[in-house]
Unconditional design. Structure first.
Length: 116
Protein backbone atom coordinates (compact mmCIF):
# COMPACT_ATOMS: atom_id res chain seq x y z
CA UNK A 1 0.00 0.00 0.00
CA UNK A 2 1.01 3.59 -0.60
CA UNK A 3 0.02 6.52 1.55
CA UNK A 4 0.23 10.13 0.44
CA UNK A 5 -0.14 12.91 2.96
CA UNK A 6 -0.42 16.54 1.86
CA UNK A 7 0.23 19.58 3.97
CA UNK A 8 0.84 23.30 3.60
CA UNK A 9 -2.49 24.61 2.44
CA UNK A 10 -4.11 27.65 3.95
CA UNK A 11 -5.53 31.09 3.41
CA UNK A 12 -3.42 33.67 1.62
CA UNK A 13 -4.03 37.04 0.00
CA UNK A 14 -3.80 37.49 -3.73
CA UNK A 15 -0.20 37.88 -4.78
CA UNK A 16 1.02 35.75 -1.92
CA UNK A 17 2.78 32.40 -1.84
CA UNK A 18 2.29 28.97 -0.35
CA UNK A 19 4.33 25.78 -0.44
CA UNK A 20 2.58 22.43 -0.42
CA UNK A 21 4.21 19.17 0.59
CA UNK A 22 3.27 15.58 -0.15
CA UNK A 23 4.99 12.82 1.79
CA UNK A 24 4.78 9.33 0.37
CA UNK A 25 5.19 6.13 2.33
CA UNK A 26 4.83 2.46 1.52
CA UNK A 27 6.08 0.57 -1.52
CA UNK A 28 7.09 3.53 -3.65
CA UNK A 29 10.38 2.55 -5.22
CA UNK A 30 8.75 1.81 -8.60
CA UNK A 31 6.59 4.89 -8.79
CA UNK A 32 6.36 6.33 -12.28
CA UNK A 33 5.45 9.89 -11.49
CA UNK A 34 3.87 12.08 -8.85
CA UNK A 35 1.86 15.16 -9.29
CA UNK A 36 -0.42 17.82 -7.94
CA UNK A 37 -4.01 18.17 -9.00
CA UNK A 38 -6.68 20.57 -7.88
CA UNK A 39 -10.43 20.76 -7.81
CA UNK A 40 -12.39 23.93 -7.36
CA UNK A 41 -16.08 23.87 -6.36
CA UNK A 42 -18.24 22.92 -9.30
CA UNK A 43 -15.27 22.12 -11.50
CA UNK A 44 -13.48 18.97 -12.58
CA UNK A 45 -10.21 17.94 -11.02
CA UNK A 46 -7.31 19.17 -13.13
CA UNK A 47 -3.61 18.58 -13.40
CA UNK A 48 -1.46 21.33 -11.93
CA UNK A 49 2.04 19.88 -12.22
CA UNK A 50 3.81 16.56 -12.16
CA UNK A 51 7.31 15.19 -11.94
CA UNK A 52 8.44 11.93 -13.51
CA UNK A 53 10.90 9.45 -12.09
CA UNK A 54 13.65 10.78 -14.38
CA UNK A 55 13.08 14.33 -13.21
CA UNK A 56 11.05 15.66 -16.12
CA UNK A 57 8.31 18.06 -15.11
CA UNK A 58 5.27 19.50 -16.76
CA UNK A 59 2.74 22.13 -15.79
CA UNK A 60 -0.70 23.33 -16.63
CA UNK A 61 -0.57 26.46 -18.77
CA UNK A 62 -2.43 28.39 -16.08
CA UNK A 63 0.37 27.95 -13.55
CA UNK A 64 3.49 28.09 -15.73
CA UNK A 65 5.92 30.67 -14.44
CA UNK A 66 4.17 30.86 -11.05
CA UNK A 67 4.28 27.32 -9.65
CA UNK A 68 7.27 25.01 -9.28
CA UNK A 69 7.14 21.31 -8.54
CA UNK A 70 10.16 19.72 -6.91
CA UNK A 71 11.06 16.57 -5.04
CA UNK A 72 13.30 15.42 -2.25
CA UNK A 73 14.00 11.77 -2.95
CA UNK A 74 15.56 10.93 0.41
CA UNK A 75 12.35 12.09 2.10
CA UNK A 76 10.01 10.60 -0.53
CA UNK A 77 8.41 14.01 -0.69
CA UNK A 78 7.31 16.31 -3.46
CA UNK A 79 6.59 19.99 -3.13
CA UNK A 80 4.61 22.62 -4.95
CA UNK A 81 5.86 26.16 -4.55
CA UNK A 82 3.06 28.51 -5.53
CA UNK A 83 3.82 32.17 -6.12
CA UNK A 84 1.70 35.11 -7.22
CA UNK A 85 -1.46 33.32 -6.21
CA UNK A 86 -4.80 34.57 -7.42
CA UNK A 87 -8.41 33.82 -6.46
CA UNK A 88 -8.57 31.46 -9.45
CA UNK A 89 -6.08 29.21 -7.66
CA UNK A 90 -8.53 28.55 -4.83
CA UNK A 91 -9.16 24.81 -4.75
CA UNK A 92 -8.60 21.58 -2.92
CA UNK A 93 -5.13 20.41 -3.92
CA UNK A 94 -4.43 16.70 -4.16
CA UNK A 95 -1.24 14.73 -4.46
CA UNK A 96 -1.28 11.72 -6.78
CA UNK A 97 1.17 8.91 -7.27
CA UNK A 98 1.12 6.79 -10.42
CA UNK A 99 2.78 3.41 -10.88
CA UNK A 100 3.58 1.51 -14.08
CA UNK A 101 0.38 -0.03 -15.38
CA UNK A 102 -1.67 2.94 -14.27
CA UNK A 103 -2.22 2.10 -10.62
CA UNK A 104 -2.78 5.37 -8.79
CA UNK A 105 -2.97 6.61 -5.24
CA UNK A 106 -4.36 9.91 -4.00
CA UNK A 107 -3.84 11.91 -0.89
CA UNK A 108 -6.68 13.37 1.12
CA UNK A 109 -6.20 16.89 -0.20
CA UNK A 110 -5.23 20.23 1.30
CA UNK A 111 -7.28 23.38 0.89
CA UNK A 112 -5.81 26.49 -0.67
CA UNK A 113 -7.89 29.64 -0.45
CA UNK A 114 -6.78 32.90 -2.04
CA UNK A 115 -8.59 36.06 -1.06
CA UNK A 116 -8.80 39.04 -3.38
Amino acid sequence: QVQLVESGGGLVQAGGSLKLSCAASGIIFSISHMGWYRQAPGKQRELVARVFSGGTTNYADSVKGRFTISRELRKNTIYLQMNNLGPEDTALYYCKGTFPGGVTYWGQGTQVTVSS
